[in-house]
Design a protein around this ligand. Structure first.
Ligand SMILES: Nc1ncnc2c1ncn2[C@@H]1O[C@H](COP(=O)(O)OP(=O)(O)O)[C@@H](O)[C@H]1O
Ligand SMILES: [Mg+2]
Length: 423
């Protein structure tokens, strides 16, 4: 959204301070424009005016947590409790606990401990499921067989002497649903999802990153059974041979120790990881018992895009959308690109609503108007991986990618793109 529009919205809100819908639009636009602090200030006001929809409590809570706004986080938790938003209460409590334990350096057991807590233990279970992940039919099947089934039917696996356990590493271009899929895997297993993000671990002070990483595993063990997710594994497990510093090496060693401990103790931790840069991941991570199952998450194909679009517009008031047609016009778009497309379309609808009043539905012409403003973001990644396969002699590691790159449409598209950028 343009700055002029945000300015206009600011003025409108100043003139109508009690119009919570308008303020909500302002807050969301500010988030979109990455004026995060100002957005959070607006959410404080909204909460005060009882103008924050219930389904926004957790997303705003995540934003508040990511920006260190404990007071706001607490008010959100309080509101969720008062309104009886059970799942939201669990998640917000977890965010509050995490922030407090981070600040005090004291580990708090996340989740309810006593019987009289107002929400039950299973409210911490992840609620995202495979339904919310568009496309990826084959990958979902594989994960179901490798992860969900061994957990829900352990006796089957024992009987046939098949080992479960060992981590799963998802890799592929950014924005194609790796994090979403990991979260949904926890949801399918009915387990809590503990997301270890790189910014939660990395610290410039000597030894602190290692301690943070260890603390993340401890927190997961305290909440086991659960899914521990290591996002951006390449940054945590940066290939040693490419990196001289003993700093990075120590972090890799801590991670290896933690992973090996899981293998031997079988303590109910399921580890998933994701990376956009598999070539930077230390080989040692891929040994048996560690991340021995590596899955390529490609850009969605046409039917998958239609499916993702239907997930994305599920709650948007829309009229006459031809999702198949849009899927056909968005080759090589990632899920995140499709989401950006829908969001820009919705921005247009809001513009219309602001200008003309009423509540027009999202229609094909809105999306057609913005289609040229969103470019597929997966091409850079595919070019890069192609040169790895060709020149770095790492082909065995990328068999799935290699066969994906060989498919006719992809090859044509990449070649055209190369010519395009050179010409
Ligand atoms: N398959 C998908 N189905 C639905 N939404 C998707 C899908 N892939 C990506 N998205 C959208 O894009 C966003 C970013 O995806 P994410 O899982 O973070 O990608 P990655 O981890 O691969 O970079 C998601 O939050 C979701 O809104
Ligand atoms: Mg991700």
């Amino acid at each position: 959204m343009s700055n002029e529009r945000i300015d206009a919205l600011r003025k409108a809100v100043d003139a109508n301070p009690d119009d919570v819908l308008l303020r909500l639009v302002l807050a969301e636009s500010l988030v979109g424009a990455e004026h995060t602090e100002e957005a959070l200030d607006q959410y404080v006001v909204l909460l005060d005016k009882d103008g924050l929809p219930e389904d926004q409590l957790v997303p705003v809570g995540e934003l508040a947590a990511a920006n260190g706004r404990l007071a706001l986080l607490r008010s959100l938790l309080e509101t969720a409790r008062q309104k009886g938003v059970v799942e939201g209460t669990g998640r917000l409590q977890q965010l509050v606990d995490e922030m407090i334990s981070e600040r005090s350096g004291v580990k708090i057991k996340v989740g309810p401990e006593t019987e009289d807590t107002p929400f039950a233990a299973d409210t911490l279970k992840e609620t995202t499921t495979f339904d919310q992940v568009g496309g990826m039919e084959e990958i979902k099947r594989v994960i179901h067989r490798m992860v969900v089934l061994p957990l829900s039917r352990p006796e089957l696996y024992e009987k046939y002497g098949r080992k479960s356990g060992g981590g799963v590493l998802l890799y592929g271009p950014p924005g194609c649903g790796k994090t979403l899929l990991a979260r949904a895997t926890a949801g399918e297993c009915g387990l809590p999802f503990i997301n270890v993000r790189i910014e939660d671990v990395m610290d410039p002070y000597l030894g602190v990153s290692e301690r943070n990483l260890h603390a993340a595993f401890e927190r997961a063990r305290a909440n086991a059974p659960c899914v521990l997710f290591l996002d951006e594994l390449d940054a945590l497990a940066f290939a040693r041979h490419k990196h001289g510093g003993s700093e990075a090496r120590r972090l890799v060693d801590v991670l290896l120790q933690e992973l090996d401990a899981i293998g031997s103790e079988n303590d109910g931790l399921l580890v998933l990881a994701a990376t956009n840069a598999p070539w930077d991941v230390d080989e040692a991570m891929l040994r048996p018992g560690r991340f021995d199952r590596v899955i390529f998450v490609p850009p969605p194909d046409e039917p998958a895009r239609a499916d993702i679009l239907s997930v994305l517009v599920k709650d948007v008031p829309a009229d006459g959308l031809d999702l198949k047609a849009i899927a056909g016009q968005t080759p090589m778009f990632s899920g995140a690109d499709l989401r950006a497309l829908i969001e820009r379309g919705v921005d247009r609808v809001i513009d219309e609503a602001l200008a003309g009043g009423g509540e027009p539905p999202l229609a094909m012409h809105h999306l057609a108007d913005v289609l040229s403003t969103v470019k597929p973001s997966t091409l850079d990644w595919l070019h890069r991986v192609r040169s790895y396969i060709e020149f770095a002699n790492q082909s065995e590691r990328y068999d799935d990618v290699a066969s994906y790159l060989k498919s006719r449409d992809v090859r044509r598209r990449l070649n055209r793109d190369t010519k395009g950028t050179k010409g």
